[in-house]
Design a protein around this ligand. Structure first.
Ligand SMILES: Nc1ncnc2c1ncn2[C@@H]1O[C@H](COP(=O)(O)OP(=O)(O)O)[C@@H](O)[C@H]1O
Ligand SMILES: Cc1cn([C@H]2C[C@H](O)[C@@H](COP(=O)(O)OP(=O)(O)O)O2)c(=O)[nH]c1=O
Length: 204
């Protein structure tokens, strides 16, 4: 991407605490003097909103392409410009979410790679993991709007397993995977753990 910023992504199953971690990481780094762009995928652009609230209408390759299109648009209009200004970008969900959710939806992983081959990789890809029941309960309490949120228990369990699998596969490709298991930690303990991880991995 050419800029001097730092690109951090946060992935993991629904309800594991991605948004909570992304927000607290943004506050932490802003407190250390960085200009921080906290953002999400699907993005807040029109195409992102179509994807976020369109998981009942769109399926398999169509949804996969919609998410990928939003991702390229988001990188072009939000992520790359911020990195070029030397900012830290913290993105809630990125490529790993497609590798997991598209596979869960029956899309071959090679198809996902084919549409994602020109995307920049982050400097640090945080994978949050946790007990699938705990994640599902927290996601349900917060509110379910996606087809994936309303899936049966075996699918939710599979989502958690697939994040583990994809983390391993990406790590072997040299993707900058950093795993963090939330265990039974409260949000403050996770915040401290992630702050330590970012400090060790990136020296920020
Ligand atoms: N470590 C934690 N302990 C207890 N509750 C948490 C923790 N992390 C997040 N939560 C709560 O769980 C719910 C889901 O968290 P959220 O960050 O939205 O997850 P995600 O973005 O992964 O779907 C929210 O209500 C949030 O306040
Ligand atoms: C980023 C991404 C999202 N999605 C869809 C399914 C997700 O449930 C939804 C994201 O909705 P979101 O509101 O971010 O919920 P959460 O992250 O808590 O699950 O968008 C995909 O299908 N693939 C992706 O790569």
């Amino acid at each position: 991407m050419g800029g001097e910023g730092v690109f951090i992504t946060v992935d993991g199953p629904s309800g594991v605490g991605k948004s909570t971690v992304a927000r607290s990481l943004g506050r932490l780094l802003a407190g250390r003097g960085w200009t921080v762009t906290c953002t999400t995928e699907p993005s807040s652009a029109a195409i992102g909103e179509l994807a976020r609230f369109g998981t009942h209408e769109f399926h398999r390759r169509a949804l996969s392409c919609l998410i990928a299109a939003d991702r390229y648009h988001h990188v072009d209009t939000v992520v790359a410009p911020a990195l070029e200004c030397g900012e830290v970008v913290v993105c809630d969900r990125y490529l790993p979410s497609s590798l997991v959710l598209d596979q869960l939806d029956g899309v071959p992983v090679d198809f996902v790679w084919s549409t994602h081959q020109d995307l920049p990789w982050p400097n640090l890809a945080i994978f949050l993991s946790g007990d699938w029941r705990l994640c599902a309960e927290r996601a349900a309490r917060r509110g379910n709007h996606s087809r994936f949120h309303r899936a049966d228990d075996p699918v939710k369990r599979r989502e958690v397993e697939l994040f583990e699998q994809v983390a391993g596969e990406l790590a072997t490709k040299g993707y900058p995977v950093s795993r963090y298991d939330i265990g039974d930690q409260d949000a403050e303990a996770v915040r401290q753990g992630i702050a330590h991880l970012v400090c060790v991995q990136l020296g920020l």
